[in-house]
Design a protein around this ligand. Structure first.
Ligand SMILES: O=C(O)CCC(=O)C(=O)O
Ligand SMILES: [Fe+2]
Length: 316
């Protein structure tokens, strides 16, 4: 693991002292968030509202989840592409993934749990996931507010964006590769989300690509999460924020579990007028964010993927 380069990722503290809008801590965090997203497409967020105990509990629950028979796991389906079970793909054989759409809604967590454990489970899966998903989406909301504020956009615009946000919580499992098997856990990609937040079970493997095209290994500090810009944020910011290219490479001999929280906009995302001027002419049309997922899935099925799919979808 290339530990030398780890310091290159910005680290931003989301402790209580920086979470009050109007304070110095808040405005310096706003600037740092914007700078990190424009320059790196990602950063490490130190956020201790999610206790280490809760993180341990959720990772032991998802270990049990992935231990369920495949016939059960494939029941996790969705009408939205990439929101349900994903796995058994020959080019990425190590990865299996399960998703809960609209994950801040406890009823969605309950119905996922019922599908996986029709006779119930003895580990308070719903309670743990509900607490975790709500706290993590709280961090996503703070990051969104900071992004809006750092571009000088009003509270009303921000509140209306937040009111239209939905979250997907995705659990990933990467098994240890067998002899002569690929070590690729996830191929290089950018997320289709607005913002993604990632957590892992102390097993590294995530790598991100910086502007100079170098891949660096991400080492999660205690109490930290990886915050990444997705394709939605690239279009919304009129090309200012770069989406983070990332991949997973399995190196050790321990199963890796990760959790991703992906924010999506329900409906049409408008490019704020404040981000369009002579120097920065409008690069993207208003776009249907969830429609972009459907578009992406179709292009993938027909082998028509291009380097920047959001440009293909709604570029001017
Ligand atoms: O497992 C990870 O750390 C990354 C997962 C990921 O890239 C994704 O779910 O989109
Ligand atoms: Fe990803």
């Amino acid at each position: 693991m290339d530990h030398k380069k780890l310091q290159n990722l910005p680290v931003i503290n989301f402790g209580q002292e920086n979470l009050k809008p109007g304070t110095k801590g808040w405005s310096s965090a706003c600037n740092n968030v914007r700078h990190a997203l424009e320059e790196f497409g990602c950063f490490l967020a130190v956020y201790d509202k999610i206790s280490l105990k809760l993180r341990d509990s959720i990772f032991s629950s998802i270990e049990k989840l992935f231990g369920l028979p495949i016939e059960t796991k494939i029941k996790n389906t969705s009408d939205k592409p990439f929101f349900g079970y994903f796995g058994q793909y020959p080019d990425i054989p190590l990865l299996e993934s399960l998703g809960i759409g609209d994950s801040t809604n406890v009823e969605e967590i309950k119905s996922f749990s019922k599908l996986m454990w029709p006779c119930g489970n003895d580990m308070n899966f719903c309670g743990i996931v509900n607490e975790y998903a709500n706290l993590l989406s709280g961090l996503e909301q703070v990051v969104t507010k900071m992004v809006f504020e750092s571009y000088g956009l009003g509270k009303q615009l921000c509140d209306s964006h937040i009111g239209c946000t939905t979250h997907l919580l995705r659990f990933n499992s990467y098994r240890v590769p067998g002899l002569n098997e690929t070590s690729v856990g996830a191929q290089p990609h950018t997320d289709k989300s607005f913002i993604t937040i990632l957590d892992q079970n102390q097993v590294n493997g995530l790598e991100v690509k910086l502007k100079d095209d170098q891949w660096i290994a991400v080492d999660l500090l205690p109490s930290s999460f990886v915050v990444m810009a997705g394709d939605g944020l690239l279009a919304w910011s009129n090309n200012r924020i770069i989406p983070c290219h990332h991949r997973v490479t399995m190196k050790g001999n321990v199963t890796r579990y990760s959790i991703g929280l992906f924010s999506y906009h329900k409906g049409i995302i408008q490019i704020p007028q404040e981000l369009i001027d002579e120097e920065n002419p409008q690069c993207f049309k208003p776009f249907d964010h969830l429609g972009f997922l459907t578009f992406f899935a179709k292009q993938m099925q027909t082998g028509r993927l291009s380097h920047c799919m959001i440009k293909a979808y709604c570029g001017v």
